[in-house]
Design a protein around this ligand. Structure first.
Ligand code: ADP
Length: 260
């Protein structure tokens, strides 16, 4: 009996070891699948604007250049495709740096109200084109002091407000709301656009996930905006959430730590 016990113990240890190794192998397999899917997604996304620009340029070379109106239209389309390619490469680099932890957040005291005001000014032209009203609420909060990386949070606010304008309705309204809690501010960006059907909500923050592929591309989206937002907020110890009602609108919200 005394000999059986060490054997039993050894047996158990081997079992635990094998189980742990199996888990490691499973994780590596998952990572490999993720890497392969990512590469496939990226090459597909890169090919789309490249093929489009190639198409326009070859049509021009094949004779479309002779008609000035057609020439200008095709050149504009080729330029738009290349601008899209540029935005995509920039977003890809940012996302991959965030995923590998290469980008550090430089947290400082930031007035989020002022930062949001500046973002709204930057986006005013786009809002005017769609006759969208941009508002910051409530009026009585003169400053919203938080601890955050100003540059990265500017990216977050730009992405959310720009999406609200892009995917909202013409003559719509976008409201950025600040709510003070004991240790945090809750920030929300709300639009009164067409909303997002509930089945899409769980996947919205995945890279290249789009509710309406052709509409997003036509609006110049890279499909990476919300994935980047999620990463930046996670590096701030925060989480982005979304609530949406079809035909009523969408609200994205998150918390940031108050600066003392
Ligand atoms: P994109 O570059 O395509 O805009 P995002 O990651 O920023 O990519 O957004 C992912 C998708 O989520 C968009 O393609 C769009 O379908 C949907 N979406 C994002 N914001 C809104 C919004 N405010 N209202 C409706 N749909 C939205």
């Amino acid at each position: 009996v005394s000999d059986a016990n060490p054997l039993k113990k050894l047996n158990q240890e081997i079992f635990v070891y094998v189980a742990r190794k199996q888990q490691e192998i499973d994780e590596l397999k998952k990572l490999e699948i993720f890497r392969r899917e990512f590469l496939a997604d990226v090459s597909h996304e890169l090919k789309t604007p490249i093929f489009a620009a190639q198409g326009f340029i070859h049509t021009l070379l094949d004779g479309a250049m002779d008609d000035v109106k057609v020439r200008d239209k095709f050149l504009q389309k080729a330029a738009k495709s290349l601008d899209g390619l540029d935005a995509l490469v920039k977003d890809l680099v940012a996302l991959s740096q965030m995923e590998t932890g290469e980008i550090r957040m430089h947290k400082e005291m930031v007035d989020l109200r002022l930062l949001t005001l500046e973002v709204c000014e930057q986006l005013e032209h786009k809002a005017n084109l769609r006759k969208t009203l941009l508002k910051i609420k409530p009026d009585q909060l003169a400053h919203v002091w938080v601890k955050a990386d100003a540059y990265r949070i500017t990216q977050v606010m730009t992405n959310l407000i720009e999406n609200a304008i892009k995917y909202g309705n013409d003559n719509g309204k976008v409201v950025v709301h600040f709510e003070e809690e004991k240790k945090h501010f809750v920030i929300s960006v709300r639009d009164n656009g067409p909303g997002i059907p509930s089945e899409h909500l769980p996947r919205l923050f995945e890279r290249f996930y789009r509710v309406d592929k052709s509409r997003s591309r036509e609006k110049g989206g890279t499909g990476l905006g919300l994935a980047i937002v999620k990463h930046i907020l996670s590096a701030h110890g925060s989480k982005i959430s979304v609530a949406s009602k079809v035909e009523k609108g969408t609200t994205f919200s998150f918390k940031l730590e108050k600066a003392d």
